[in-house]
Design a protein around this ligand. Structure first.
Ligand code: ADP
Ligand code: MG
Length: 684
């Protein structure tokens, strides 16, 4: 149970003074539903205002406070703004300009001849000084204006003034919390205790003060991961050492790469242990993760156990099933598939086969870990495209069996080491850092979207020559709807030219509908697949050798790299065209040209981290519970190593989190809602 000391922080913002129905909505929208959310609501910037006694062009660009007297009104045509001419004490003029406002209202606000205090940004308009939509106060009210003021992220109906009041109320509720940070670290960083720091966050422009708040979050995150590791070590797993009789029969037309061999032996090492494996397999698109997974699954089957292979989507589940079936043909291995769509008799018989152990390997979507699905002796679970799952989902998964199965998670997102630690800190990591030899390189070009007609011409030649292609439509932030509209529009335009050869897939399509299109594309009935990013993960169509990505500058580099990985899977040379807008920042340019220069996903990830900071890599819409709300990507990079070491050390000394610092650390876990982490603390 959550420690009592935290209760005020988890109180609802609804119960604060002055929060009625009207504020509920904006608070919700800003995800400020609890007092602690308000406390951690960081100012987006600090507004500085300068009190001037004389209007002066030298102050243009600054936000000023001045006392002025309106002397004249100037109302242009219906479409021009309403201007109030005013002067300061020295007789300098300024034009106070109002667009689209009721002029009666403005006249009342600024009566001629009456001195007022105005605040706003000083601008130049022709030869005049002007201020757009100034804040206007009575002279007596001047003292209410802060010279330095935190400005918060706001929402309709919740202005900065109200926000500050709510935060002030929340600060009064903030308790002193016991210290969970290692004393020597606290000292060397000159950090203050928690309460003092959170107060400073809202009262002191010096941001370095808030570093400890970020550290707290990272520390709690890593501590929760370390608790998963520790509790995993205590669990009963199944030590497996297959004799190789199945693996030896697999006939491959190629040699495994050195990296694949290394990863396989790392996994074998884990499987032989009696505590369950928790391993992340990172490898670029096309690096051959599936085979590595298959070796782990077969190891289990050889030893008389079952394996499960979880894919994030229906399409991928089917593709993996077919691929694995092919590899296993002729071997005495019974492989089956189960997805949410399988109903009735088929489903029943699959469930039976799992329960009686006659099915050796099950491939499928989430359905394979549902309540009703019972395995006779599941020993190895593989999750493909790991990033779609959060930590607690991973935990749920391994709770299925009496003895915890070994878990192998696979991801094609080659994120840098520091970020791997913050996202998958509970796991050991294997990396396939080498592509199979003889891969066609993908030639990548960055092209201005003003050359779209040429691109379509080229596409026409490509299709006429028997090729297939992808066309990825831009990601419109936060709105699946407009993503879709853009994709539909593009598909319609391309259909005018290429007719029925064009297909469209997007995230809103139902499974069967989507699969039908994908299937047509796979067998070549569709030559051009227009898509939103749903094709991002793992679909394999070797004949598709051209990838066109619209508004490429809106995608993350890692994501672009993954998209590009859809081509270059066959024997022909592949091309990737990145269309960009005409106005690109230096960084955007540098980022795109990085893609042109290298095909190495790990290198791209490290470089992107350097160019842009981690934000791009982690994405703003983080899934799962290893998300950070307070720590910025830069802070994560800065503190992750120290926080991980600290968490590990604390658990080494006090695994039950019983000592003084241990108790404080529990509070940190609850504060950051890692309740699942607390539930794993070793008792006794
Ligand atoms: P990913 O890591 O993206 O999941 P896959 O496992 O789908 O990659 O492998 C991509 C392709 O590479 C498959 O067609 C697979 O058969 C092939 N492949 C895997 N390993 C090798 C290898 N060592 N040499 C050549 N081709 C390989
Ligand atoms: Mg794959």
């Amino acid at each position: 149970m959550r420690p009592e000391i935290l209760n005020p922080l988890f109180g609802e913002t609804q119960s604060l003074k002055g929060v009625g129905k009207v504020l509920a909505k904006p608070l919700e929208k800003l995800r400020l539903t609890r007092v602690k959310d308000l406390l951690y609501h960081k100012p987006s910037y600090w507004m500085r205002r300068k009190r001037v006694h004389e209007l002066d062009i030298a102050d243009i660009g600054l936000t000023i406070i001045a006392e002025v007297t309106p002397v004249d009104y100037r109302s242009g045509g219906p479409r021009s703004p309403f201007r109030v001419q005013a002067t300061d004490a020295k007789g300098n003029y300024i034009s106070l300009t109002f667009f689209g406002r009721n002029t009666g209202w403005t006249r009342k606000l600024l009566p001629l001849g009456e001195s007022k205090i105005i605040t706003g940004k000083l601008e130049r308009y022709g030869d005049e000084l002007q201020m757009l939509h100034p804040d206007v106060l009575e002279v007596a009210e001047e003292s209410e204006i802060a010279l330095v003021e935190p400005i918060y992220p706001l929402s309709d109906g919740l202005g900065n003034k109200r926000m500050r009041q709510l935060i002030a109320q929340s600060l009064e509720l903030a308790p002193h919390l016991p210290e969970w940070i290692e004393p020597s670290l606290l000292k060397s960083k000159q950090w203050n205790e928690w309460r003092q720091t959170i107060v400073a966050l809202h009262n002191d422009e010096d941001a370095s003060n808030s570093d400890r708040l970020a550290y707290d979050e990272i520390f709690a995150n890593q501590l929760a991961f370390m608790l998963v590791r520790a509790s995993n070590r205590q669990k009963n797993g199944i030590s497996i050492q297959g004799d190789g009789h199945l693996r030896d029969q697999i006939k491959l037309p190629f040699e495994l790469t050195g990296a694949q061999k290394r990863c396989i032996s790392e996994i074998e090492g884990d499987l032989a242990q009696s505590s369950p494996m928790l391993r992340l397999l990172q490898g670029d698109v096309g690096s051959g993760k599936t085979l590595v997974a298959l070796m782990a699954l077969l190891n289990a089957v050889e030893a008389g156990y079952q394996g499960a292979f979880l894919a994030p989507t229906e399409i991928l589940a089917r593709q993996h099933f077919e691929g694995l079936q092919k590899l296993l043909s002729g071997l005495p291995v019974n492989i089956d598939i189960l997805t949410g769509r399988d109903k009735g008799k088929m489903r029943e018989s699959t469930l039976m086969g799992l329960a009686d152990g006659s099915i050796d390997i099950l491939v499928g979507t989430h359905a394979i870990f549902q309540e009703k699905v019972r395995y006779k002796k599941l020993a190895v679970a593989v999750i493909d495209e790991q990033h779609k799952f959060g930590v607690s989902q991973r935990l749920m998964l391994t709770r299925k069996a009496e003895s915890t199965p070994h878990l192998l998670a696979m991801t094609a997102t080659p994120i840098p080491r520091t970020l791997t630690l913050s996202q998958y800190g509970e796991m050991d990591v294997s990396r396939i850092d080498e592509l199979p030899p003889g891969r066609q390189t993908i030639e990548t070009r960055v092209i201005s979207d003003s050359r779209l007609p040429e691109v379509v011409e080229g596409l026409g030649r490509h299709i006429a020559g028997g090729g297939q292609a992808y066309w990825v439509c831009p990601l419109v932030e936060e709105s699946e709807k407009s993503d879709l509209a853009a994709a539909e529009e593009r598909a319609a335009a391309l259909k005018l030219r290429f007719g029925d050869q064009v297909g469209l897939v997007h995230g809103r399509m139902k499974g069967p509908e989507k699969d039908a299109v994908m299937e047509k594309f796979q067998r070549g009935a569709i030559r051009l697949l227009v898509a939103t990013t749903v094709i991002e993960v793992g679909v394999d169509v070797p004949n598709a050798s051209l990838m066109i990505i619209e508004a490429a500058d809106r995608f993350g580099l890692a994501q672009l790299h993954q998209l590009r990985g859809r081509v270059g899977r066959g024997d022909v040379k592949s091309n990737c065209l990145l269309l960009r807008g005409d106005t690109l920042s230096e960084t955007a340019r540098a980022r795109l040209s990085l893609l042109r220069e290298t095909n190495d996903g790990f290198k791209i990830a490290e470089e992107d981290l350097r160019l842009r900071g981690a934000g791009e890599l982690l994405g703003t819409r983080q899934s799962g519970d290893a998300g950070f709300r307070i720590a910025t990507p830069e802070q994560i990079t800065q503190f992750i190593a120290a926080a991980t070491d600290d968490a590990r050390l604390l658990l080494d000394r006090d695994g039950g989190l019983k000592g003084e610092r241990g108790q404080a650390a529990r509070i940190a876990l609850y504060l950051f809602e890692k309740d699942w982490g607390v539930s794993l603390i070793r008792s006794g």
